[in-house]
Design a protein around this ligand. Structure first.
Ligand code: ZN
Length: 442
């Protein structure tokens, strides 16, 4: 059990974890007056605090960074803190519930708040950030009572499909997310992958993919096939490595992860059963060796039934049983779920968290930005950068040679009637490059 970093009634949640203004917001914001106390969520060691120079953390101004890996397997970051009010320094040991500092308005902010981040193993260096909201929900308030404020955990339900579900209209199933099989080994491309992906994407809901790894096919050939299938599906989410075929070794899992990454394929993590993962030849892999996240398969004795009604619950013990060094991100709890449009059971999966955090998990959102970029840009900076990105995407996506010049200004309609030269000048002007002006706008 962790302790909430803020006392109930001293803050309001002003921004959640997830996509924001075209970037990724890696934490949870607690709006509060400058000087509001901040408490350590768990026992740990201070990585940086008073010792880190005031205002030196890009975007955050000043921060407190706690390493609580030994107690709860997390690092905690608190940004925009008031430097003169920081009570701890590097190397200090802190106890859960101990005050470590006070809130401030330092760095790039639009008002006083504390920006809180939670990082999984091995920590802020090498780990990935996680949605703090589920983590702090139900946390003990500093002083001993249970919080009633803060976001609640939501449970999202999804199915995984392969060509065995040929003919299932995915968009009509009403589930929250979908995982689509790309291939089995090196020679078996799932014949329904692309059509399933096209069907599902009409919902706009999160999607990811998986590959059934075989020990007898060459790693490179399997990775090539996955890459082709992933492209054919139009991507939109990363790939899980399905580790369940007897004979697979730990080394093969790692080699396959690397083979996918070297081909530009986003790897989310590994799918496996706990006892299989633990007994892989070569030893139990870390979660990172499987690609980062953990999708555990563990079936109980559920009867057939609608997917939401047969779920064992967010507090089921399987959620707290780690594979390697990581507790499950996704849990496949049965193959007996029923969904509209299909007469037999399908594999059912649950995710605890928001749609935004699931989307981040599926798309590898951890690499979109680093946490220090949080709040570095004003709204007008963001608008200009998004404009620039749109123009660059247009330039890159099309062969816009001068032969294609059309429009009233003798330019490309796709970049607002600008010529190629003028488009580049407009991008430079929006980025504030000295001496440049947007000739079309001026
Ligand atoms: Zn923030």
């Amino acid at each position: 059990m962790v302790t909430h970093p803020m006392k109930p009634g001293t803050y309001t949640v002003s921004s959640g974890y997830g996509s924001r203004w075209g970037a990724f917001h890696a934490g949870l914001d607690f709006a509060c007056p400058v000087g509001t106390p901040i408490y350590a969520p768990a026992d740990g060691v201070v990585v940086q605090g008073k010792d880190r120079a005031q205002g030196s953390v890009s975007g955050f101004g000043s921060w407190i960074w706690l390493d609580c890996q030994a107690s709860v397997g997390k690092d905690f970051i608190f940004g925009h803190v008031h430097h003169p009010g920081i009570l701890v320094k590097a190397g200090d040991r802190v106890k859960a519930g101990q005050q470590i500092g006070v809130s401030g308005n330092e760095g790039k902010t639009t008002g006083p708040h504390v920006h809180a981040e939670v990082w999984g193993s091995p920590g802020r260096t090498g780990g990935r950030h996680q949605d703090p909201a589920p983590y702090f929900t139900g946390a003990t308030a500093p002083g001993g009572t249970t919080t009633t404020t803060g976001a609640t955990v939501s449970t999202l339900y999804g199915i995984d499909v392969s060509e065995w579900q040929d003919g299932l209209y995915l968009a009509g199933t009403g589930v929250d997310f979908c995982v689509i099989r790309l291939a089995f080994g090196a020679s078996k491309a799932d014949r329904c992958a692309a059509s399933h992906a096209k069907d599902w994407k009409t919902t706009g809901k999160p999607v990811s993919y998986y590959h059934y790894l075989t020990p007898w096919d060459a790693i490179a050939a399997q990775a090539d096939l996955v890459k082709r299938q992933w492209d054919a599906c139009g991507r939109g989410g990363g790939v899980w490595i399905d580790v369940e075929e007897p004979g697979i070794t730990r080394a093969q899992v790692v080699a396959f992860r690397d083979a996918l990454r070297s081909r530009g394929v986003t790897v989310i993590g590994a799918y496996s059963r706990a006892n299989f993962w633990e007994s892989l030849p070569g030893g139990e892999p870390t979660a990172a060796e499987g690609g980062g996240a953990i999708w555990v398969s563990h079936y109980g004795q559920q009867p057939y039934g609608p997917i939401r009604s047969i779920y064992p619950g967010d507090t089921a013990s399987q959620w707290s049983y780690p594979l390697g060094d990581r507790k499950p991100d996704l849990w496949q709890w049965t193959d007996r779920a029923t969904v509209p449009g299909w007469t037999s059971g399908v594999d059912a999966n649950a995710y605890r968290g928001s749609v935004e955090s699931l989307r981040a998990l599926f798309t590898g959102g951890e690499s979109a930005t680093t946490s220090e970029e949080d709040d570095m840009f004003t709204d007008s900076d963001r608008a200009a950068l998004l404009d620039c990105r749109a123009m660059l995407q247009t330039l890159c996506a099309q062969d816009m040679g001068d032969a294609n010049i059309t429009g009233p200004y003798g330019g490309w309609p796709q970049t607002g009637g600008r010529t190629r030269t003028d488009t580049l000048a407009a991008i430079a002007a929006k980025l504030g490059v000295p001496g440049t002006t947007d000739t079309k706008e001026n």
